[in-house]
Design a protein around this ligand. Sequence first.
Ligand SMILES: [Zn+2]
Length: 225
Amino acid sequence: MATFNPKIIHVPNIDHSTKKKYTNLIREAISELYIESRHAAILFKILSSYNERIIITNKDPSPFVSSSCIYPKVIYPEREHTYGNCVVIVIPPNYNGHIDSVKPLEDYNNSNDVNATLIFKLHNCIPLEKEIDYDTLISLRIIKRSQHFKIYFAHELLHAYHYFNNTFDGSNQEIEESAVIYGIENIKISYYDNHNLKEVYITENIIRSDYGYYPRISHNFERSI
Ligand SMILES: [Zn+2]
């Protein structure tokens, strides 16, 4: 059976113990996601055919890195040639951050709520018709939750998945983030799930749901308020 085994590069690579620690961190994240999340396992199965084109690294290879650059991040081959024709995932170790999520379903108990359908879809990992706009984000009464390293990592791998499937090329970042986080209807890579006998659309939220985590609803809302 094909396994997901991307190339892992720690920079600088002269310090062997730090390098080994980083490699173990990534390998552990992969094996834990594989065991704990059925949808991450599907993602790995798909990505395993692209192993030689995925580089995971702790440091941005770009020569001119802006101080406003947010990590973790994904870099497509058209943007950065340090590692050849590869999708580069830059994910620093011990990364700690927060994401915006919705409240539990029962907290939106008014069925007349204009957002009722949206909330239902988010909680059931059904792709949305379009991106969630600013006013809707405000009305959803967002909760900040800490994001586990494994989920950050899975999020970046989902960008690689869309890239290899030619759904995005990095030119429309906002829609790309929405498709990666909660899914957009017409930007869909169908995968037939033999377990549930239905088509699935792999997103960060469906992987979060495998852990019982609440749906995420934005990429960087916090910076826009
Ligand atoms: Zn992203």
